[in-house]
Design a protein around this ligand. Structure first.
Ligand code: PMP
Length: 407
């Protein structure tokens, strides 16, 4: 399938906008991606002609909305190659999925004195819920370190595992270092000791094909808004054996079977975990986003983003005054860097005035910054619609920043 980035860009109306009179150069895709017309129009069409609460009514609109919602579940199931569609739980995003797991998995399987293993490169969303659980249950968090290139020290993981280890929770692709972690090896190592593994796929799903069965992970979580879909929708995938055994993390309508004042029994999977009026508009929009990714071609996306990454690293390295964080051989399309003698916020503000959107700060990964002893950095994260011309323009901006702030 041929890939023409300029044709792809036509699907994204916002990319034609001007910021301070300059063309928008949107390089903050790690935070959230822009939305293509099929997703925008799908959401619009639901609100105009298809809106109704799902799983509730016998009327036409409710049926239509329910069918579309359940179809979206199947689209996601096929996209990540889950065995069953009832292993796909809709949530409001990665953060909600992990918090839900910390509650449900934690309630059922984590006890005083147990241990949970995470990595030094986690997003806060995969640190704080576990710390909160540790406080509730008096358990301990252990951390697999990474080296200065941003590569996990997996030999340390095996040393950490012991009879008290109950869970491993790992980021698939780092939102700061861009490292794609060898999750298959991590899962097989953990499974050797019968320890389940949660993968945070927020930064991998938009960029690389996912096969949860091949990975053999126990749980896999991600967000719709980072993969061209709507905000407020995300996925919690779990193997059936875990999901059927775990208690729900929220109580309310739809997640129940029989409710009496004495006792309530729960609905079957996946509804047991979908309490209240779900974000069916978001779920259906997410299904459209998946179809958009598939129509662009995942191989094309990989190739294009890999070219962008290589080009950006080359252009930054040739400047001679850039420190780049994360040089793992397997990376997604993110460059995290600092300009020598320039505060990242100053750089971000100058770039902003040129119409360039980059992220500055700690990117919800303070422990990564602590590793390098820095307060923060600049992150440019590329998506399938970015171009090498935009990278050139960013480099022009960086030169301007350098001359303004450090002579
Ligand atoms: N994990 C990773 C790796 C992320 O990059 C993010 C978003 N920056 C999250 C979790 C949290 O995602 P959300 O805010 O969509 O819940």
């Amino acid at each position: 399938m041929s890939f023409d980035v300029y044709k792809i860009r036509n699907h994204f109306p916002i990319l034609r906008d001007k910021i301070y009179g300059k063309p928008l150069v949107y390089l903050d895709n790690g935070a959230t991606t822009q939305k293509p017309l099929p997703v925008i129009e799908c959401i619009n069409a639901i609100h105009r002609h298809g809106n109704s609460s799902i799983h509730r009514g016998v009327h036409y609109l409710s049926d239509q909305a329910t069918d579309a919602y359940e179809k979206a579940r199947q689209i996601v199931q096929q996209f990540i190659h889950a065995k069953h569609s009832h292993e796909i739980i809709f949530t409001s995003g990665t953060t909600a999925s992990i918090n839900g797991l910390a509650f449900s998995f934690g309630e059922r399987y984590i006890h005083e004195g147990d241990e949970i293993i995470i990595t030094e490169m986690e997003h806060h969303a995969n640190i704080v819920p576990w710390q909160m659980l540790c406080e509730r249950k008096n358990t301990k968090l252990k951390v697999i370190p990474f080296n200065d290139d941003g590569i996990l020290q997996l030999d340390e993981m095996e040393k950490m595992i012991n009879k008290k280890t109950r869970l491993v929770a790992v980021i698939h692709a780092s939102n700061t270092l861009a490292t794609i972690n060898p999750v298959k090896s991590i899962v097989s190592l953990a499974h050797k000791y019968n320890i389940p593994v949660i993968i945070d796929g927020a930064q991998s799903v938009p960029h690389i094909p996912i096969d949860v069965q091949e990975m053999d992970c126990d749980f896999f979580v991600f967000s719709g808004h980072k993969m061209y879909g709507p905000t407020g929708i995300g996925i919690l995938y779990g193997k059936e054996k875990w999901l059927s055994d775990m208690p729900p993390f929220q109580g309310g309508g739809e997640m129940v079977d029989v409710v009496t004042f004495e006792k309530t029994t729960y609905n079957q999977l996946p509804y047991k975990f979908e309490a209240g009026t779900m974000n069916y508009v978001g779920a259906i929009g997410l299904g459209r986003a998946v179809e958009f990714i598939l129509s662009a071609g995942q191989e094309n996306i990989i190739r294009h983003e890999h070219d962008l990454l290589k080009y950006a690293v080359g252009r930054l390295d040739e400047l001679g005054y850039i420190t780049l964080y994360g040089r793992a051989p397997e990376k997604t399309s993110i460059v995290s860097f600092n300009i020598w003698d320039v505060h990242p916020y100053d750089a971000g503000m100058v770039l902003d005035k040129m119409g360039i959107a980059v992220r500055t700060g700690t990117h919800c990964a303070q422990t990564v910054m602590q590793h390098y002893g820095i307060e923060g950095n600049i992150r440019a994260s590329f998506a399938l619609y970015n171009t090498s011309e935009e990278i050139d323009y960013m480099v022009e901006g960086i030169k301007k920043v350098k001359s303004m702030f450090s002579g």
